[in-house]
Design a protein around this ligand. Structure first.
Ligand SMILES: Nc1ncnc2c1ncn2[C@@H]1O[C@H](COP(=O)(O)OP(=O)(O)O)[C@@H](O)[C@H]1O
Ligand SMILES: [Mg+2]
Length: 393
């Protein structure tokens, strides 16, 4: 019998469409000789859908029309299995299938940040991506920076504020900003795709930028803005037990800030980017770096991956400043296109990458099942309500 592998994607995130593209690539890469491949689409309303139409990317042009053709489903745990059931049960409706393993291909808040992972944990389904806490740490850049700082991993100097408290903290913000030195870059803690990011050359611009940024997130990060920096990304594949690095890519070569429009050609207008159109999306694989720099970056990537406790295939993004100092910028626990193009040159094609993800999911689950999570005995069996011998718990 073939393993039943579900690819879950979409969700209530600004990166909904990007996830559809990534998932469609992943669905095509899964080997049909080995797996029963099950696409599960999470709509922007957080409802789950199932249907053959999900395999064809051209069906997503009109999402409302697509949803009408699909079957709305719920996942039900029964007899130690997870079953796919139609959400509206008629007299003759039957189970649509079962799931053995999930490959989450979701990006951004409300899905990639531990939300979907928590749901899968409740169902006790093996899944390839980072677990609840690692996913959450990766999504919130404030928490991520604190966790990485604890392992002495270098990051650009920074501080953060709650956007709704700036009126009470202006003095402190001004002092902290001066300590970093202008220009600064202002980012929301939990978004992605450059949404809500702005720059400031002085205090007034900083307050404006925080005010804009706080529309997207409570937590606002203020970071030293690097000039003439390089952006290099490194994918890591595995789990805390065993992990490896892919080839490095350099992105956005010599083009400055990369906004949402430049990344995806969309129109999430919120950044005052100084970017230079599509040319700025340039990428070079492998990145042109000295052997020692490459080794250094890969080592930091593995250390970062383990410190966060990630799993599956992730992408860790670095900034390299004029003095050649390497800083971790962020971790993408589920990167766009699952970073498959960083594994191909290593001899791992997309299909083999999916095989490895399935294996990681099953391996993690078997390790988890060996851990002790609950006691065999029920302490309540000895509890007698009202009796004096009833022990205090
Ligand atoms: N400290 C910095 N100095 C200069 N540019 C930066 C800095 N941090 C980020 N950037 C630029 O902004 C882009 C988006 O920032 P990033 O932290 O990666 O946010 P997102 O999660 O939205 O991708 C980066 O790709 C880089 O071009
Ligand atoms: Mg980024």
């Amino acid at each position: 019998m073939k393993l039943k592998v579900a690819v879950m994607f979409g969700g209530d995130s600004v990166e909904h469409e990007v996830s559809i593209i990534s998932a469609n690539q992943a669905l095509k890469a899964l080997d049909l000789n080995k797996y029963d491949v099950i696409p599960i689409y999470i709509s922007k309303k957080r409802e789950f859908y199932f249907g053959e139409e999900l395999f064809n990317l051209s069906n997503y042009k009109d999402l409302d029309a697509l949803i009408k053709k699909l079957t709305k489903i719920v996942l039900v745990k029964e007899d130690n299995k997870v079953k796919i059931e139609p959400s509206k049960k008629g007299l003759f409706s039957k189970t649509l299938g079962e799931i053995d393993v999930v490959i989450p291909v979701v990006h951004g808040t409300n899905v990639e940040d531990g939300t979907l992972q928590g749901y899968l944990e409740m169902l006790n389904l093996p899944y390839s991506s980072s677990d609840v806490i690692s996913s959450a740490v990766g999504q919130d850049k404030v928490v991520m920076k604190c966790v990485l700082q604890q392992a002495n991993i270098k990051m650009v100097d920074w501080f953060w504020v709650y956007g709704f408290e700036i009126d009470d903290n202006k003095k402190e913000i001004k002092e902290n900003a001066e300590k970093l030195g202008y220009p600064l870059i202002i980012k929301p803690a939990s978004l992605g795709s450059s949404i809500g990011i702005n720059f400031a050359n002085n205090y007034n611009e900083l307050i404006d930028a925080i005010e804009e940024c706080r529309q997207f997130d409570n937590k606002v990060i203020i970071e030293k803005k690097l000039e003439n920096f390089r952006e290099v990304n490194c994918s890591v594949l595995g789990s805390i037990y065993k992990a490896k690095t892919g080839v490095l890519e350099e992105v956005n070569i010599g083009a400055g800030f990369l906004g949402f429009d430049e990344k995806y050609g969309g129109s999430k207008k919120s950044t005052k980017s100084s970017s230079k159109g599509m040319a700025s999306t340039s990428r070079q694989v492998p990145a042109k770096l000295s052997k020692s720099k490459e080794k250094e970056i890969k080592q930091i990537a593995l250390k970062t991956f383990k410190q966060i406790g990630s799993s599956g295939v992730v992408r860790i993004d670095f900034l390299i400043d004029e003095k050649d100092i390497v800083y971790v910028n962020e971790i993408n626990n589920i990167p766009g296109s699952l970073a498959f193009y960083l594994w191909q040159p290593e001899g791992i094609d997309f299909s083999s990458l999916m095989d490895e993800l399935v294996e990681i999911a099953l391996n993690k689950q078997s390790k988890k099942e060996k851990m002790i999570f609950s006691h065999e005995t029920n302490i309540l069996s000895k509890y007698e309500p009202g009796s004096k011998t009833g022990k205090k718990i």
